[in-house]
Design a protein around this ligand. Structure first.
Ligand SMILES: Cc1ncc(COP(=O)(O)O)c(C=O)c1O
Length: 399
């Protein structure tokens, strides 16, 4: 028998693995993933950028690179993204990662140790939870309101637990789609200074705002350098490139570079080169303008279908962007148990809400739906099926 390390024993299973298996059948209409729509992958731009990079610098693009990341990408990120979000940064503050996922991993590796506490929004991005636990931390949920984390509950828990880290997704949160208000962003900056906690601000959905005005990141109010900012190209360009960005103070970046070195030396230079071209060429802006109407129409279609096909007493918040709708069903529905029947018999899948909680048994009646991946007629077909799943369940048809 292999004697595995304690840290891996702290991760019981990958909940997504099971969900992916249940959605893998081609006949299933999947509302499970958080990927861009297939029409939103700019393949022609990526082919041309790849050709340009390989013709101009064939050897260096296929070689090892700096652990900190490709200098033109770091410069372009500062110029085209950080500045527009009121984030002050220079090259020493920027580290390129292999997706924001690696950002969460590296920050945890560098900051967390056995016995530390991490505060998270409840619910939160499920993939972050096992990472914090793997590095010995106890994860403590903080309540959420319709305008983001409940700052009163946050203060109570900052005082009570003296946490090392607050992990927060302020814009179009995964899974709720909720955006943290500007007042709360400012309040969080003050609170974490008072209690000596570091904020890990995970912001992959910032650009995907279809309605209303942008709200600047928490990092833009961070006078005391308490905030580590994570960004990603997965939702605005292509997740397969695996490129993310960390902005933090120099001292933190230096430690993260040490961790990055042992993890994968550097993120693929070719992927970084494509992301750099994406920003520098101006294609970033035009691409966003092109995908917004597509996503907004799909969001509207999904909401129309909820109203048309779902049972009464459904709760949801209409998001102003991002990729998800978070839906509360009548209390008696256990969406995790129902997923098997839903995907195998009704051929439609979703992500059950319970996986986003530290205590999954309390929130079994929620689901997360992705609206970006399917076209409008597929959304209609899938939502009709899903409405039927819940209505049939309520009327006791399949038990
Ligand atoms: C909040 C959040 N953080 C991080 C990630 C992972 O991003 P990446 O593809 O850059 O690793 C996701 C992806 O779904 C996410 O929703």
């Amino acid at each position: 028998m292999v004697k595995f390390a304690d840290r891996i024993q702290k991760i019981p299973e990958d909940p997504l693995n099971e969900i992916m298996k249940l959605s893998s059948d081609r006949d299933i209409i999947s509302f499970s993933l958080g990927s861009p729509s297939k029409e939103a992958y700019p393949t022609e731009f990526i082919i041309n950028a790849t050709k340009k990079l390989l013709v101009e610098n064939p050897v260096s693009m296929l070689s090892y690179g700096l652990q900190e990341g490709y200098v033109p990408l770091r410069k372009n990120f500062i110029e085209h993204i950080a500045k527009s979000r009121n984030i002050n940064a220079n090259l020493d503050n920027v580290l390129i990662t292999t997706g924001a996922t690696q950002g969460i991993e590296l920050v945890s590796q560098v900051l967390l140790q056995e016995g530390d506490k991490v505060l998270v929004e409840s619910p939160t991005f499920f993939a972050a939870l096992p990472v914090f636990k793997k590095y010995g931390a106890t994860v403590i949920p903080v309540k959420m309101d319709n305008d983001g984390i409940d700052t009163n509950d946050l203060e109570v828990k900052l005082k009570k637990y003296a946490p090392k880290l607050l992990y927060i997704i302020p814009t179009f949160q995964n899974p709720t789609g909720i955006t943290l208000s500007e007042e709360k962003r400012k309040a969080i900056c003050k609170l974490v200074v008072k209690y000596g906690t570091i904020v890990l601000e995970d912001d992959p959905y910032y650009d995907l705002r279809f309605i209303g005005e942008h709200i600047m990141p928490i990092k833009s109010h961070d006078k005391n350098e308490n905030v580590i900012y994570l960004s990603s190209f997965s939702k605005i360009l292509a997740p397969g490139l695996r490129v993310g960005v960390i902005i933090a103070n120099k001292e933190i970046i230096n430690k993260l570079v040490l961790a990055k070195s042992g993890a994968d030396t550097n993120t693929s230079l070719l992927s970084q080169g494509i992301c750099s071209e994406f920003l520098e060429s101006g294609f970033y802006k035009s691409h966003m303008n092109e995908i917004f109407p597509l996503y907004l129409n799909r969001l509207n279609k999904m909401i129309e279908c909820i109203e048309q096909f779902f049972p009464d007493n459904i709760e949801f918040i209409r998001p102003e962007g991002g990729l998800f709708i978070w839906l509360g069903l009548p209390k008696e529905i256990d969406t995790k148990t129902l997923l098997k029947t839903s995907s195998q018999k009704y051929k439609v899948s979703y992500v059950p809400g319970s996986i986003f909680y530290t205590n999954p048994s309390e929130h079994q009646n929620f689901i997360r739906l992705n609206y970006s991946s399917n076209d409008e007629s597929t959304i209609e077909q899938g939502m009709k099926r899903l409405g039927m799943v819940f209505k049939d369940y309520i009327s006791g048809l399949f038990f």
